[in-house]
Structures are given as structure tokens and as C-alpha cells.
Design a protein around this ligand. Structure first.
Ligand SMILES: C[S@@+](CC[C@H](N)C(=O)[O-])C[C@H]1O[C@@H](n2cnc3c(N)ncnc32)[C@H](O)[C@@H]1O
Length: 250
């Protein structure tokens, strides 16, 4: 596993941070106003790091929007991205990111959001947050990557890997095996190259490995009019309503 050099800054980063603060602040206010804050939102402060240089540009997949492209050759087995939710474990140069457990409380809250008649600015902001977050296994128990509970969390980060598109046979990254996690203290939500990747290749992950297969979440997203993945087996993903944060802050 050989981490390559740090990602250089991506455009819009400052705007993304401002938007993130607005989102977290707005969400807390909104939940507090519903007396739900303590019950529903455990936004866990984590640190994330991208270990490679990558470009965000138009994907070669028709209709897929933007994608992530490697700027260098990457060998199979290289750790590309990781997240740690224990401050002691992450170095200072890891960037702030968040996890929110996808548990019964979160499901109850999502349900109330989808079926509530109350529509406010704060609920709109929360929707933006949902549209950028993705589900992944998480290590919230001790933040060390050793958590074997296989919980799922929403990952909220604003780095280039938010733009990874879906691929099946051509997927070249995936979450690490349990053996790799335990041996190298890698998080369950980390991304590892599963093939040799050549500079200029688009980085693709099979979405079925980590999210969008949850019928409840998909029904909520459908109800909320959010972008969601369907028919991943068929290989085509309809471009429904696109509400991604970056589109809003152009
Ligand atoms: C996490 S985003 C990836 C970044 C996205 N392409 C963008 O420009 O913001 C996921 C969305 O990208 C699009 N997408 C990803 N993989 C795709 C594929 N193989 N075919 C078509 N659209 C895809 C879908 O709209 C999906 O909801």
C-alpha cells in the first residue's frame, strides 16, 4: 500500500466549506426546533484524506455528468481515500468530514422529513445534505477501522471522490477487504484500487458495493425528489432531478 502525494486544491473548495457550515448549522437548528436533535443527529466529526492526485472533469459515460480521473498511475492495492473518526488516529493534514449513523432514529427522521407537510428553508438545506451524502459502512465504535459491527453511516465529505461514478466490470476501486482493514488500520469506508489504474483513467466504483440498494432509503429519496440510483444491474441510471450542492453554488 503506497500512499501517493496529496491532492492539490480543487476549485470551489472555499465555497464548499461555507456551504457545509451553513448545512450543518441549518440542520442542527432545524432539528433542535423539532426537539429531535439529541435523538436523531449524531453527526460524528471525522477526518478524511485523499491520497492521490485526481481531476474532476466530464465523464466518458454518456449522461453521467462529471467524474474523477487519475492524474498518475496507481497500482492495485493502493489506498486512495480513508476516513478516521477518532481524532487521535488522524494526522493534522486530514480534512474535516462527518458521518451520521443510518440507524432506526435516522430512518424515523427521514420518514418524517419525507412525509411531513412542513417545508422550510431548513428542510431544504437538509435535503441538500442528503443529496451529497452517501451510505457506507462505518467505524463509529472506536474510529480505528476495527469495528466489526458493519453499521452503515452517511458519509459527508466535500472532496473529489464525491464525483466517483458507477461501473460494474470496469470498476477499479472498492472498499477494503476485512483482512486489509485489520492489518493496516484502514476504515471500512476507505477506497482501495482493485486494479492497476493508468493516469487518465476514470475512477469507477460499483455502487452496489456500498449504497443505493436499500429499498427504504430509495423510497424516501424518491418521495423527496432526490437523485437516486435504480436498475444498477441494467447498467443505466436515469438522470432524475439533480440537486447536488455543487450545482447550486456555481
Ligand atoms: C455520486 S454522483 C457522481 C458524480 C456525478 N457524475 C456528478 O456529476 O455530480 C452519482 C450520480 O452520477 C450519475 N452516475 C454515476 N454513475 C453513472 C453511470 N454509470 N451512468 C449514468 N449516470 C451515472 C448519476 O446521476 C448518479 O446519481
Amino acid at each position: 500500500m503506497s500512499p501517493v502525494d496529496l491532492r492539490q486544491g480543487f476549485g470551489m473548495r472555499r465555497l464548499s466549506w461555507t456551504a457545509l457550515l451553513v448545512v450543518i448549522g441549518g440542520t442542527s437548528l432545524y432539528l433542535w426546533s423539532w426537539d429531535l436533535e439529541r435523538d436523531v443527529t449524531d453527526f460524528i466529526r471525522c477526518r478524511c484524506k485523499l491520497f492521490i492526485s485526481a481531476d474532476i472533469k466530464v465523464s466518458r459515460i454518456p449522461g453521467a455528468g462529471k467524474g474523477v480521473f487519475a492524474k498518475e498511475n496507481i497500482s492495485a492495492g493502493t489506498l486512495l481515500w480513508d476516513i478516521k473518526c477518532d481524532a487521535i488516529l488522524a494526522e493534522d493534514d486530514w480534512e474535516s468530514c462527518w458521518m451520521m449513523p443510518y440507524d432506526d432514529k435516522a430512518k424515523k427522521f427521514l420518514y418524517s422529513l419525507a412525509f411531513s407537510v412542513r417545508k422550510t428553508l431548513a428542510s431544504d438545506i437538509l435535503l441538500q445534505l442528503l443529496s451529497t451524502a452517501y451510505l457506507s459502512e462505518c467505524d463509529v465504535v472506536d474510529g480505528s477501522g476495527k469495528d466489526t459491527k458493519k453499521m452503515q453511516c452517511f458519509v459527508i465529505s466535500f472532496d473529489a471522490f464525491n464525483y466517483i461514478n458507477h461501473g460494474k466490470e470496469d470498476a477499479n476501486v472498492a472498499c477494503p477487504s476485512d483482512a486489509m482493514r485489520f492489518q493496516h488500520h484502514v476504515s471500512a469506508a476507505a477506497l482501495v484500487a482493485i486494479k492497476n489504474i493508468t493516469a487518465g483513467d476514470e475512477i469507477l466504483q460499483n455502487y452496489q458495493d456500498y449504497h443505493e440498494t436499500d429499498p427504504f432509503l430509495n423510497s424516501i429519496k424518491r418521495k423527496l425528489g432526490l437523485d437516486f440510483e435504480v436498475d444498477l444491474n441494467g447498467g443505466s441510471i436515469p438522470n432524475l432531478l439533480r440537486t447536488r450542492l455543487d450545482d447550486k453554488i456555481k
